[in-house]
Design a protein around this ligand. Structure first.
Ligand SMILES: [Zn+2]
Ligand SMILES: [Zn+2]
Length: 652
């Protein structure tokens, strides 16, 4: 017997190996083989009796699974994903199927199980639930739930899941990275009990395999998990719910660079399952898709129950010489909240790694005239556009108002933290960021501490915005809101808008009204006005207009080609050669493609690797694919690498 296998490397097609005599092997099982002198995991896609004539086959080293852990559907999916994202089916499978060898140990639920609560949908929720079920029966599979923070989307998801599970189908519920440890898990557990599995990267591979198998066999019918849970196999997939669909963590950052949201649509097409996206701040692309009819849009009109949206106050605040980081307004409301026994969250956006310049008088920021993204300050080299590479001298006076007060912003956030700890010496302050959350169960601990009222002020990065639900938080402070707004990224406004709305949504979720203090150097900036007015639609319209003008998504697709390596000269030489190859292919094929760059990436050096990129824009996905397929061979010489990112989310 012979087996065709996919290997987890960027290679074309499958490879045929001999099945050891007396061994039974089924498609869908994992094996270990010698591949180019290396023992490697491989995936059985086909077992047959026809021996290849052209070469002598090697024998499989060992068989891992007694029973299949995936089927035809996952093989097909991995082929589709591989072809869209320029990787190989084996690479997709090695990401999709858990790496555990022996399924073991149930995952202990980190929460106490309380009594089963019955969910009573309010008017809005019931209307939307009925709408979706009716449309689903009529054949509409793709839906977008758009509701302000705290409007109760979760209850609708739960009822939909219950509806499908009662009909023998399975449901995958995706959440962004962090909120997995927040309260959503215990809420689902209270409803579904042992029908629920949890699936994410902080459980061990063997535990993950255990959950995988349970879901595969239909012994559990609802799975909650992060990005890679989108690949979970089940007898009959009823729905994939993508909560906080705008969140960047659905996009994988290394090859295969898939977006779980897109994978959900592939699965829906193959398995006739529902896709339900939900957000308080839908991505511009998703809302655009809804407006053009590709998704059914369902809008919540208000928050759930009696809670109201928080009052947002935009405070013009200039830290000046860097001695003060808190406006008197923010201090006042913070102290008052804590005195009254309530809790406060401060958001400190730390993504501003590369300084930009801003006019202290009018708030104007220099942008690249071609790309409409903020230019970054690079010392004596002046200002640089990280998309197209354009350079400009640092202006001596503001090009808009003529003021000579040009300030550089975007670094020194550590100082802010120290300052805050000093300013509120008797507060119990807890810090939440990527480092602190990595420690085992620290997020779970945080949730418990917040609930028990043992924290007065929670200080954190973007993470504090994600999915937390603490009824005693009455004040949210946003320090330096300008950082992040001026990142060299065409999605900068969208991200800061959604981040600030989400973090604002953490306040006033209970009976007590919430207040948000947003400190900025430029209170006139339209994005802050939209946030203050809770006006997503105006933001969306303005954003669409700008993107249309410059042909950014949803009016085009992007591919980023990033060349990296230790030797910068060779990186530059390669990226230049890549550009001329692209140019000549585009000329001869007459493809409708705009080419930006090469330019050094905003993060110009990571782990000794110099990074230069080219960005391709086009309305025509097929032409983009053909162009990239044609020029991708150019890399691979020596230690210079080419990373291809289809629909990049992060352009830093
Ligand atoms: Zn100015
Ligand atoms: Zn530019």
């Amino acid at each position: 017997m012979f087996a065709d296998l996919y290997v987890p490397f960027p290679v074309n097609g499958s490879f045929t190996y001999g099945v050891p005599a007396g061994k039974e092997l089924l498609p869908g099982c994992r094996v270990v083989v010698d591949f180019s002198g290396r023992q490697t995991l491989a995936f059985t896609v086909n077992v047959h009796e026809s021996e290849p004539k052209e070469y002598k086959v090697k024998e499989i080293t060992s068989v891992i699974d007694d029973e299949p852990v995936f089927d035809r559907r996952l093989i097909k999916l991995s082929e589709e994903i591989a072809s869209y994202y320029f990787s190989s089916p084996g690479e997709v499978l090695s990401l999709a199927v858990p790496s555990g060898r022996k399924p073991s140990g149930r995952y202990r639920v980190p929460f106490e199980k309380s009594e089963k609560r019955n969910i009573n949908l309010d008017h809005d929720q019931a209307r939307i639930y009925e709408e979706i079920i009716d449309q689903y029966k009529a054949g509409s599979l793709h839906h977008l739930l758009f509701g302000v923070t705290g409007s109760g989307k979760t209850e609708v998801y739960i009822e939909l899941a219950r509806y499908l599970i009662e009909r023998g189908r399975s449901v995958i519920y995706l959440v962004p990275e962090i909120s997995i440890s927040s309260q959503i898990f215990s809420r689902l557990y209270n409803v579904f009990g042992d029908e629920l599995i949890i699936y994410h990267s902080s459980i061990t591979p063997n535990q993950r395999l255990h959950s995988w198998n349970k879901f595969l066999k239909g012994e559990a019918r609802i799975a909650v998990g992060t990005r890679s849970a989108v690949f979970l196999q089940c007898p009959d997939l009823g729905a994939i719910i993508v909560d906080e669909e705008h969140d960047g963590s659905y996009k994988e950052n290394s090859s295969p660079r898939y977006n779980a949201r897109r994978v959900a649509f592939y699965r829906s097409k193959n398995e006739k399952s529902l896709v339900v996206l939900g957000s308080a701040t839908p991505s511009v692309e998703s809302l655009y898709a809804a407006e053009s009819g590709a998704l059914k849009l369902h809008r919540f009109t208000k928050r759930f129950g009696s809670s109201k949206l928080p009052e947002v106050e935009v405070v013009e605040f200039n830290p000046g010489d860097g001695k003060d980081y808190l406006s008197s307004t923010l201090k006042l409301f913070t102290k008052r909240a804590v005195d009254e026994g309530n809790q406060v969250i401060y958001l400190l956006n730390r993504r501003g790694f590369s300084p930009f310049v801003l006019c202290n008088q009018c708030g104007h920021v220099v942008e690249c005239p071609h790309c409409s993204i903020s230019m970054n300050f690079h010392g004596s080299a002046g200002l640089l556009c990280h998309y197209c590479g354009m350079k400009k001298k640092l202006p001596e006076v503001c090009e808009k108002c003529g003021s000579d007060e040009i300030v550089k912003l975007g670094s020194g956030t550590q100082r802010v933290e120290d300052y805050i700890k000093n300013a509120y010496r008797d507060f119990r302050i807890f810090r939440l960021d990527r480092d602190s959350v990595k420690k085992k169960n620290s997020a779970g601990e945080l949730v418990e501490k917040m609930n028990r009222g043992e924290i007065d002020l929670l200080l954190g990065t973007q993470m504090v915005a994600k999915g937390f639900d603490f009824p005693n938080v009455t004040v949210v402070g946003i320090l330096m809101a300008d950082i992040g707004l001026h990142l060299p990224d065409f999605r900068a406004s969208e991200r800061i808008f959604s981040l600030l709305v989400q973090v604002a949504g953490r306040s006033g979720r209970g009976e007590k009204p919430g207040r948000v203090i947003l400190q900025t150097l430029n209170s006139e900036h339209p994005v802050f006005r939209y946030i203050r007015d809770h006006d997503y639609y105006s933001f969306y319209r303005a954003e669409l207009e700008e993107r249309k003008l410059l042909k950014y998504p949803p009016y085009s697709r992007l591919v980023r080609l990033l060349v990296r390596g230790h030797d910068e000269e060779r990186v530059i030489e390669t990226v230049n050669r890549l550009r001329s190859e692209i140019d000549s292919f585009v000329r001869t094929s007459k493809a409708d493609i705009t080419v930006l760059g090469p330019a050094s990436a905003p993060l110009s050096k990571i782990a000794k690797n110099y990074r230069h990129h080219i960005i391709l824009k086009s309305k025509n996905t097929e032409e983009l694919h053909r162009t990239v397929a044609e020029v991708r061979k150019i890399s691979g010489t020596g230690k210079i690498y080419l990373e291809i990112d289809m629909d990049p989310y992060d352009l830093l």
